[in-house]
Design a protein around this ligand. Structure first.
Ligand code: COA
Length: 170
């Protein structure tokens, strides 16, 4: 999937990370449908949200560059991570989605998954992680800033801001 796959599943305490397959689509859709604050991070909801997550790829990028991971606890899908590796340049990975189900928030799940992504990327020589976050999604911005990410003020977009984390510093 992204040059030296981890051995799946990855266990982080009682969390299990596993690449998502298309048959997980309905579960992911359910998770997204149940978010009370869906519009803040993602905008208008639609029935095709989970499908978009499975197919979303920047133009010209191969599906092999997609790291779409389900976060499971006790057999339940409680979160998801979607990241494009080697985009927009070989030393950068771009997070498209990091979401935790409402009732599992505030317990370190998001931090555990982001920490795993950072370690995995660093181990592969990646220099920068980046994420586009909607302007209204202040909690999402505070969450990544809490993890040492910084706003990229050179990136200008009316809807989205860009946050990055340099991995070279350690
Ligand atoms: C952002 C999100 C993934 C966080 O998941 P989570 O499992 O609740 O996060 P955690 O429990 O690991 O909390 C992480 C840390 O961030 C901090 N944090 C979370 N929200 C915060 C906020 N609004 N302001 C300041 N700090 C915040 C917590 O205090 C916690 O700190 P600690 O680890 O030192 O205790 C989750 O809220 C979510 O799915 N939001 C909707 C989607 C989204 O916005 N994604 C992020 C954009 S990439």
């Amino acid at each position: 999937m992204f040059g030296g796959d981890p051995v799946w599943p990855v266990d982080l305490g009682d969390l299990r990370l596993w690449p998502m397959e298309s048959e997980d689509g309905p579960l992911l859709q359910e998770l997204l449908d149940d978010l009370a604050d869906f519009r803040t991070p993602f905008g208008e909801p639609g029935r095709a949200d989970a499908v978009s997550t499975f197919v979303a790829l920047p133009q010209g990028v191969d599906y092999d560059a997609k790291l779409l991971v389900g976060v499971w606890r006790n057999g339940l899908l409680i979160g998801a991570l979607d990241c494009i590796v080697g985009y927009p340049d070989p030393a950068t990975w771009s997070v498209g989605l990091l979401v935790v189900a409402d009732r599992h928030r505030g317990n370190g799940v998001g931090s555990a998954v982001l920490g795993w992504l950072e370690r995995t990327a660093r181990d592969r020589g990646v220099r920068t992680l980046r994420a586009a976050i909607r302007r209204q999604n202040v909690d999402g911005q505070l969450f990544v800033e809490h993890h040492g990410w910084a706003r990229d003020l050179t990136a200008v977009d009316a809807e989205l801001g860009t946050w990055t984390k340099s991995l070279s510093a350690g």
